[in-house]
Design a protein around this ligand. Structure first.
Ligand code: DGJ
Length: 376
């Protein structure tokens, strides 16, 4: 049985011709297992995020295909809807890559990762942000892309993509440090640590005129309606937390740099009892590493690292997953779901979802493995 693309009617499996095919009915989360949608097909929404809108949850993620070519965007962003978070209805591909147009920034074969959708009540539009890499350029472009729709189920129209906040100084950079002169020149690239003797702001200064790099990302909308784009920048060495404009479709120029030189990816942010919590990962490609967590009184920091939120066997590898989003469950204050991907780079479509509950102990978020669990 191929759970990725094909529905085998239950009638066939049961040897009867009478009943119509039934979708599997889930009443719990089973992290790491195949997760069937209403058509009996493994959900295809990797690196995803959730929008809650008028009593329905919408799950948006990367549509992957079979094999390692599946790590490139061949289709677009897939959407599913649910009322209970266990059972998901396929709503189709809501942002399509551009077929037969290699000049489009979202040409088929580009890299389009970690889409996140938010609703803007001022414009009544649904706004999708995503990490975009131009076709044929590996991870060199480091662009943020944006698309809008009139309905949560799309279709989303691509607006633009590019580097972020060109020519803007971070709000947390003292005036006397605001120079693009790089002491000792731009250091050699490294994927996991910043050379001790290099100018700590070298990559930021290098990219000041043309715009800052934007890779792994999330969007967080605060209680006052302000939206923030949080992304791995400066060769993944430092996170940026950047405000969006009131319509959420652009950056307004205000941003701060967080976790300088800590090389973090997979950012996810949530707010609990007035404090902001961050969960992310280190940088090791598709291979899992230990999650990181942090807390702040203000989303712009200062952030205090709280260490690995995971505990128990394989906590040092986030149980094989990597964060993508933290979902506050509606109507259940204090209930949050840690959403993570178990990547399968050799067969991208087989990537699994690992949703686990977050609990708090000593003011820190805690995540433990569960084979199966239900919402409280
Ligand atoms: C890890 C990132 O978190 C993913 O989004 C993806 O970019 C992979 N690296 C690619 O290696």
């Amino acid at each position: 049985m191929n759970p990725y693309t094909t529905l085998i009617p239950l009638t066939v499996l049961c040897g009867t011709l009478s009943a119509a095919p039934q979708a599997p009915v889930h009443d719990s989360f089973t992290p790491g297992q195949i997760w069937m949608d209403n058509n009996g097909v493994h959900i295809n929404a990797h690196g995803g995020g959730i929008l809650h809108n008028h009593g329905t949850y919408y799950w948006y993620g990367e549509h992957k295909i079979e094999g390692d070519a599946g790590n490139y965007a061949q289709v677009g962003v897939h959407c599913y809807s649910s009322k209970d978070l266990y059972n998901w209805k396929d709503e189709g591909v809501v942002l399509k890559v551009a077929e037969n147009d290699d000049k489009s920034p979202i040409a088929k074969g580009c890299i389009l990762e970690r889409p996140k959708v938010v609703y803007n009540s001022k414009t009544g539009k649904y706004v999708m942000w995503f990490h975009l890499e131009l076709k044929g350029r590996g991870y060199g472009a480091a662009y943020a892309g944006v698309a809008v729709a009139d309905k949560p189920t799309g279709p989303f129209t691509f607006l633009r993509a590019g580097r972020v906040n060109a020519g803007q100084w971070p709000a947390d950079m003292p005036k006397e440090k605001r120079t693009v002169a790089i002491e000792g020149g731009v250091p050699k690239l490294t994927s996991s640590s910043y050379p001790a003797d290099a100018d700590p702001d070298a990559f930021f200064k290098r990219d000041f005129p043309g715009g800052q790099m934007s890779r792994d990302m999330t969007i967080f909308v605060d209680g006052d309606g302000k939206a923030y784009h949080i992304y791995s920048s400066e060769e993944n060495g430092t996170m940026h937390i950047a405000q969006l404009t009131d319509d959420y479709t652009a950056h307004n120029g205000r941003f701060v740099r967080a976790f300088p030189g800590r090389y973090m990816e997979a950012p996810a942010i949530f707010k609990h009892e007035g404090k902001y919590y961050f969960i992310g990962s280190g940088c090791s490609g598709w291979a899992p590493n230990a999650a990181r967590s942090a807390v702040a009184d203000n989303i712009e920091g200062p952030w205090k690292e709280l260490g690995n939120p995971c505990s128990g066997p394989r906590a040092d590898k986030t149980f094989g997953g990597q964060s993508t989003y933290i979902l506050p469950v509606q109507g259940k204050p204090g209930t949050y779901i840690f959403m993570a991907d178990i990547w399968k780079p050799q067969n991208a479509i087989d990537g699994r979802y690992m949703w686990l509950p977050i609990r708090f102990a000593d003011g820190k978020p805690k995540i433990e493995w569960q084979d199966r669990w239900q919402l409280p």
